[in-house]
Design a protein around this ligand. Structure first.
Ligand code: ADP
Ligand code: GN1
Ligand code: MG
Length: 372
């Protein structure tokens, strides 16, 4: 059986995809907060070959077939463009779905869970914590390139896999409702964090206002551009493949840049308990700006360029709001691994927001210099 609480029978799940050879083992893999990810190992005539098996979180993604339709279109488009431009190692540069025997990109197990399978990108890894400015540059260049490659994705519009995912006003209002409901009696324990958010309410309407005025417009964006969603090549350090494509859908370019700054400028893990270590590092921000502009610069308009520094603050604030909301609502959304985990994560985001606030003018000047 494969309900969500029991350990899935991964030999059986692997058998639902067109995998050759003999199943050896499958173990939990990665540190994502949403899906259940496993690395499955097969013996193929004497060679070990790995695959990624993922159980899609269908509480978060209410329409998994729509998610898979998006991913199939997006990966096919990127693959075609990479092939056309003569890229090498294409199957390490774009996720490759392994089909089921009847050619589908996903399947359902007997318990009603949705599964997919990808080729395992070898000789590369993801990082939960940024290590250097060159690595920040590489990550940003890869996310920017992904956005640029998808700028001409043919119609129809991609499906909204999580409607209003980055709608900062709605995220704020949901927090306010969670504070009022206080279903777990946790609000008293996070009074300072709540106050921090309430004082900054005005931030949440800025990009939405620019969008309403027609100064920002929708693009195909990734929407979950944290550092551990880009694979970094072990040998060259290149940001070789963008992964975790469930949230690829229409969004603002600034959501992608801003969210990358959240993890890409912070020299600690996302749930660091020693807040004295948490700060926005200007050298890392500079590397992110240069990396993003190197690949996506030519598609950004003046308003987008003008709000790159602001987006770092806004999206860090937004994700902090989401962690705090989840803490207040009883940890129903993000996976947690310890007591008050979401509150710890929220505190790190808010410490980053403060650090960005102190440095925002210098960050903005740096962007202006980089844009020339
Ligand atoms: P989640 O949505 O839960 O964050 P991800 O798709 O980001 O799930 O996968 C979790 C982790 O698994 C990634 O951070 C990465 O380390 C690893 N991973 C995912 N896909 C691949 C792949 N095709 N090849 C190698 N590692 C992968
Ligand atoms: C989740 O799936 P993962 O772990 O890469 C979340 C992001 C948050 C992030 C915070 C679908 O990303 O939006 O920014 O956690 N993904 C979803 O670390 O909600
Ligand atoms: Mg992920």
């Amino acid at each position: 059986m494969n309900d969500e609480t029991s350990k899935p029978d991964l030999r059986y799940i692997s058998g639902l995809f067109q995998l050759y050879g003999d199943f050896l083992a499958a173990t939990p893999y990665g540190t994502g907060h949403i899906n259940d990810t496993y690395a499955a190992v097969y013996d193929q005539s004497g060679s070990s070959v790995r695959y990624i098996l993922q159980r899609i979180n269908h509480h978060v993604f209410k329409d998994p077939p729509a998610v898979m339709e998006n991913i199939n279109r997006v990966t096919a488009h990127v693959r075609r463009k990479l092939v056309e431009t003569g890229a090498t190692e294409v199957s390490r540069r774009v996720l490759a779905l392994v089909p089921t025997p009847d050619g589908q990109t996903w399947t359902k197990d007997v318990a009603g869970n949705y599964w997919r399978c990808y080729l395992f990108i070898e000789k590369a890894r993801t990082y939960d914590q940024i290590e250097s400015a060159p690595q920040a540059f590489q990550a940003a260049r890869a996310f920017g390139a992904f956005q640029r490659l998808l700028a001409d994705l043919p119609a129809p519009r991609l499906r909204d896999t999580i409607p209003e995912f980055h709608h900062t006003r709605k995220r704020f209002d949901t927090l306010r409702a969670a504070i009022q409901a206080d279903v777990c009696n946790r609000a008293a324990g996070v009074k300072r964090e709540i106050q921090f958010c309430l004082e900054r309410e005005a931030l949440v309407d800025v990009l939405l206002g620019l969008q309403t005025r027609g100064l920002l417009h929708e693009r195909v964006t990734h929407n979950d551009t944290k550092l551990n969603n880009v694979m970094i090549d072990d040998a060259t350090g290149e940001g070789i493949c963008i992964i975790d494509l469930d949230t690829v859908m229409p969004g603002l370019a600034l959501y992608d840049f801003g969210d990358l700054c959240r993890s890409g400028t912070r020299p600690t893990v996302e749930d660091e308990r020693d807040l004295s270590k948490v700060e926005m590092r200007q050298d890392l921000f500079e590397a992110l700006v240069h990396g993003f502009l190197a690949s996506a610069g030519e598609v950004l308009n003046a308003t987008e360029r003008d709000h790159l520094a602001f987006s770092a603050k806004l999206i860090t604030f937004e994700i902090g709001i989401r962690f705090l909301t989840d803490h207040l609502q009883g940890d129903r959304y993000f996976k947690t691994h310890r007591e008050s985990h979401n509150a710890d994560r929220a505190r790190v985001q808010f410490k980053m927001v403060e650090s960005i606030e102190r440095n925002e003018r210098a960050m903005h000047r740096l962007v202006q210099d980089a844009c020339g």
